[in-house]
Each structure stands twice: as C-alpha cells, then as structure tokens.
Write a protein that binds this ligand. Structure first.
Ligand code: SF4
Length: 385
C-alpha cells in the first residue's frame, strides 16, 4: 500500500514577499501510516475531532484534490504558533522529565493542544484532572492556564513536589483579581465559562468574583455596591468582543476600575491582528489548533468576521479537500499552543498539490521570552532528582 508523505528539503519563507518553492517530495512509506485529509471524513466547521481513513482513500482524496485545486498562493500569518507562556510550560515538563524521570504528573493539559499532550504523554508525562489522582509525594506540574489557591493547598496536603508552569500573564490577572477583591470590590471577570483559566482566576476570591461572557450578561448583572466594582479579563479573548463588553461595563458602572494594562495577552492580540491582516486577501483561512484552545478558536472567529471562510484543524489530517474547491488563495495561521511543525506539514501538503507561491505577512514582531518557573530553575541548579 502506498501512502504519501511530504518532506521539506530546502528553502524558507521570506517575510512579506512571494517566492516560488518546490520543497516537498513524495515518498513511499509502510502500511499503517495515518491517512490524511480524506474527503468527507473531516470534522465540521470549527470542530477538531480526530480523523483517520484508509490509505487508499487518502491517496484518492489527494489525487482528486490535485486534479481540482486551483490554489495559487498561500499566505502565512505572522506571528503565529507558540507564545512565550506555552514554550515555557512545555519546556518545564520536558526538563522535569529529564531531571526526575518518568512519570511526571501534570494537572490538566499542560497547554491546550492535542499533539503536544500526546507527545509529552509518550515521553512519560501523566495527565490528570485533579491533584487527588497523583500519588503522594510525586512530581507534579501545574499547567499554563493557572490554578486556584485551593489546588495549591490540596497539593501541599499530599506532599507533592510541585512546579507551577502558570503563564506569568495569567498570574498577573490572578494578582489583580485578588487585590481588587481584598480592597472590597466586586470583581467582574470577562471570560468563558468552564475554561481552566477562568476557574483558576475565580478561585482567587470565591464569592467576590462574577463571570460575564457577553454584553447581555453585563445588562443582567446585579452587584451589592455599584461604586465598588472592578473588572479583569481572561487572557485569550477576542480583542474586538472584549472591547465591546468592557465599553458596556463602563456604561453601566461609570466608576468601574480596571487593570492598568490590558489583560488580553500580547500573543492573543498579535495573532488576531495578523489573521485580520491576511483574511481579506484570502478565500479560505485555516487555523491550526485544538478545539479547546481558546485563542485558536478566536482566530477562526476573526477570519470569519472579515467575511472569509475559516476552519480550525488540529493538523493536516483534518483538512477536508472539499474546502479547497474553487479557492485561489489560502491563509494559514496557528494558535499560541500549536507547534510550528504542524504548519510546515500543511505547507508541504499544499506544495505537493502544486501550489507554488508562499508569502508571509507579518503584523508585528515578537521577542517575548519567559524564564522557567522558579522551582524548576532551583531544581536544575541543584541537580535534584
Ligand atoms: S496565550 Fe498568552 S496568556 Fe496564554 S500562555 Fe500564551 S502568553 Fe500566556
């Protein structure tokens, strides 16, 4: 049985200019390799269910796509992919595995990306929902999305060796929420119900923080003292929607206090700006990211708000060739938790379909880096094991 894989052999991407590329080649591989992109098997718009299909179906789909594709150009959005907080969190688990050996327990998904989690699981990370599932005294990493203080207390009660990989920009929101609550304010958190970051932030001051998800929630709010109200936001929201919600909050509570600096993080803001920049030039925008990744889902919304068809896919294997019919220009970006090799894999696929022009459009440059968590740095210094 023949399955096609596409390998990048040379070249690169030049920012802001179109370049001709012939970088990918077909190779025969053994049976059992995952099938990719079989038409009609892909998840629906915005969905992220894993898809597999027989290799023959995949080959037929590719051949059919090759025959039908009219795509001339790929536009890559920049910045895209890993942010500083995700890079730090993934590195934390990798370093913990090197230092302590497997298993290293991780509370929740370290970042919201199926591919990253699967890779770390293979290397010995054990993902759990709650610290109660971790054996007493074991090494445990807290995810980038943050934890409520109650989780820290339960971990101490189990004598866990904890490493907190909460993104510093999430910690900043926790600190703001706690300060406002301690000063006697009702804290309004703008965010998505059920998201781990929201659960962690709300846990900073249970009973003093209320969640609003949209402008309607703002209209229905009832607070004990309208002159003592403050707001904070989740870090990965839509910039445009949040601006509207905060404006509504200010209308309802003219004395409302807010953070000194924007809570929506630099990575979320920049990735949305980049998608906005390319979407109007594209017939289709593909976003690589997992379904539970808030910032990835927002990128799809941004592209659609620009009037462009857009889908969220975990990887190439979820690409539906039907989406490509009649399209000439395809935009590609990826959420803050999606590794770049998944973008490269998708690019190789398009090159194999005969797409010759790849252009990268940069909305802004990024050079943010975060140090590893303090516990990790100390452990590395002392060579603890
Ligand atoms: S998306 Fe923003 S808040 Fe979340 S981990 Fe990345 S930098 Fe931190």
């Amino acid at each position: 049985m023949r399955v096609r894989v596409f390998l990048m052999q040379e070249g690169g991407i030049h920012r802001g200019q179109a370049i001709q590329m012939t970088l990918c080649h077909d190779h025969s591989v053994s049976p059992g390799a995952p099938a990719r992109g079989a038409r009609g098997r892909s998840a629906p718009a915005g969905a992220g269910a894993s898809v597999t299909a027989p290799a023959s179906a995949y080959n037929q789909a590719v051949e059919s796509a090759e025959a039908q594709t009219a795509i001339e150009r790929i536009i890559l959005a920049a910045p895209r992919g890993y942010c500083a907080g995700v890079d730090r969190a993934v590195q934390t688990v990798e370093r913990a595995l090197e230092l302590y050996g497997a298993p290293v327990y991780v509370r929740k998904e370290i970042v919201h990306n199926k591919n990253v989690v699967a890779d770390l699981r293979e290397r010995g990370a054990v993902f759990v929902d709650e610290v109660d599932e971790v054996p007493e005294g074991a090494v445990t990493v807290f995810s980038a999305h943050g934890i409520a203080p109650a989780v820290r207390e339960r971990s101490q009660a189990r004598s866990l060796v904890t490493i907190d990989a909460t993104c510093p920009l999430v910690t900043k929101v926790h600190v703001e929420a706690r300060k406002f609550a301690e000063a006697g304010y009702t804290v309004i958190l703008v965010g998505h119900d059920g998201h781990e970051e929201v659960e962690g932030t709300m846990g900073e001051a249970p009973g003093r923080i209320v969640l609003v998800q949209d402008e309607r929630d703002v209209d229905q709010l009832s607070v004990p003292d309208e002159s003592r109200v403050a707001f904070v936001t989740q870090t990965t929201l839509s910039v445009d929607e949040t601006t509207a919600i905060v404006a509504r909050l200010r209308e309802r509570f003219p004395e409302i206090k807010g953070p000194r600096r924007e809570d929506i993080c630099y990575a979320t803001t920049n990735r949305q700006a980049a998608v906005k920049k390319i979407a109007s030039r594209c017939d289709l925008v593909l976003i690589i990211g997992s379904r539970n990744s808030s910032n990835s889902a927002r990128l799809v919304e941004v592209a659609r708000a620009c009037g462009t068809e857009s889908y969220l896919i975990d990887s190439l294997r979820e690409l539906d060739p039907g989406w490509l019919e009649g399209k000439r220009t395809v935009g590609i970006s990826s959420g803050a938790s999606a590794p770049e090799h998944l973008v490269e894999e998708l690019l190789c696929h398009f090159r194999a379909l005969g797409v010759g022009q790849v252009e990268e459009v940069e909305a802004t440059s990024e050079d943010v880096r975060f140090m590893l968590p303090k516990e990790m740095r100390l452990a590395l210094q002392s060579g603890a094991a």
